[in-house]
Write a protein that binds this ligand. Sequence first.
Ligand code: SF4
Ligand code: SF4
Length: 182
Amino acid sequence: MAEKKKKIIKTIKVDVDKCNGCRACELVCSAFHATPKYSSNNPARSRIRVIHEPLRDVYVPVYAGEYAKAECMGRDKYMIDGKEYDECAFCRASCPSRDIFKEPDSGLPLKCDMCEDDPPQKEPLCVQWCLNDALIYEEREEEVEEEVKQEDVEIGLESMIDKYGLEKIMDTVNRLSLAKKA
Ligand code: SF4
Ligand code: SF4
């Protein structure tokens, strides 16, 4: 079952052509997420990594996405401007086959959280620090379908039955369906 809810959708548009590989985004992300905040900076702890392919002359900022428990059997391979890139080169997952997007000490997966903080940031820090405008932040409001968990429905139904009794609930459902048909 799904119901409509209003949500703020946050996106960061990546303009690969403008990225010069300065890695300011990696530094500020790792510093922002350090404990205590800004106490260290280590790109290996960043939730954005700039994939550099020197021979093919490209820098591609990639955001850490979902954690994958197992390597996937279907791999992706990109061709950009006629040049072929390594398998999984731009994948966002933290997965067992690579070291990228893993906390270097613990091996725990890292995921971009859009710099969610209290108080909230005006814009994600990597966007603020990208002086080349390769990262562009956008927000929009959207109606999205929110999955209602089956167990929540069952708990709700159970408490209504406790409160009103099964017979009364069935009566109401019958009356409603008759009214709908009329
Ligand atoms: S800060 Fe911007 S230009 Fe520098 S590496 Fe990151 S995305 Fe590229
Ligand atoms: S949005 Fe925040 S958490 Fe995500 S990569 Fe940028 S600085 Fe890191």
